[in-house]
Design a protein around this ligand. Structure first.
Ligand code: SAM
Length: 260
């Protein structure tokens, strides 16, 4: 994945366009996040790090519902701008520390956080093992790591070359299992989740909020109107057959950093 502020210069990857529109997502919306927070015992945490926070829905939720100090990072300054605005709008800026960072080289001391949450980020990261090693490094002994990511149920479908269009490298379920089982964590668990477009749409509206989705749609119409490069890119991303959803699932991956 690109480094530093990769999405702010009018590029046309999936994440460039999300950063432009001020919209990000992960599979399972609010239901997946709430389950992940509970499995990671966020309610007992003094400090929580959310990596790849996008437009900031996760950190704002964490700051609103839990007592711990929240830190939120993203590789993109443009995403962080949206996240800071959301925190300010919700009057929670004082509870969240935002910082630009690539998950593959986190600017934090070892053992800095009780819980680290990463939702729909690692599919966009080239070196997933290096990213996971970094995540484990900054988690306190006895602390929890919670990852939510998509996978292909079987092999990656050839039609549509979706990975290329998304600028992502989505693993298969089996590859995720192998990656997760090789990590130096205890109590490792994988909750496999199924996808339906109807449920995804409902969960996403609830997670991001209807007014923000409508505002992003307004920006999408403007972008399609004004920017031919973005128009072509969005068209190619939308060309992916809807049936691809049936080839996908997602997992909630939870583990605990063991005492050495
Ligand atoms: C699909 S969005 C998900 C955002 C958010 N977690 C959510 O669920 O709405 C992926 C996010 O990961 C960020 N990202 C991509 N590569 C990254 C990297 N190497 N380090 C940190 N963040 C990264 C992107 O900028 C984007 O905000």
């Amino acid at each position: 994945m690109q480094k530093d502020d990769a999405y702010s210069d009018g590029g046309d990857t999936y994440l460039d366009i999300q950063a432009e529109l001020g919209i990000t997502k992960h599979m399972g919306g609010h239901r997946a996040s709430e389950l992940l927070y509970s499995l990671c015992h966020v309610s007992e945490a003094e400090s929580v790090l959310e990596i790849g926070c996008g437009i900031g829905v996760g950190p704002v939720y964490l700051a609103r519902h839990f007592r711990g100090q929240v830190t939120a990072t993203d590789v993109s300054e443009k995403m962080l701008e949206w996240a800071r605005k959301r925190a300010a709008r919700e009057r929670l800026s004082h509870r969240i520390r935002f910082q630009q960072a690539d998950v593959q080289a986190l600017p934090f001391e070892d053992e800095s956080f009780d819980v680290v949450i990463v939702e729909s980020v690692l599919s966009f990261v080239q070196d997933k093992r290096r990213a996971l090693d970094e995540i484990i490094r900054v988690t306190r002994t006895g602390g929890y790591i919670g990852v939510n990511d998509s996978y292909w149920l079987e092999s990656a479908p050839e039609e549509g070359q979706i990975d290329f269009q998304l600028g992502a490298e989505i693993l298969t379920r089996q590859q995720w299992k192998e990656l997760w089982s090789g990590l130096p964590l205890e109590g490792k668990d994988i909750l496999e989740q199924q996808l339906t477009i109807k449920q995804e749409t409902k969960d996403r509206f609830k997670w991001v909020g209807i007014p923000y989705i409508l505002a992003a749609w307004g920006r999408l119409i403007k972008l399609l109107w004004r920017n031919p490069k973005a128009r072509a890119s969005i068209r190619s991303q939308m060309n992916a057959p809807v049936g691809l959803y049936r080839s996908m699932g997602y997992g909630l991956f939870v583990g605990r950093k063991p005492v050495k």
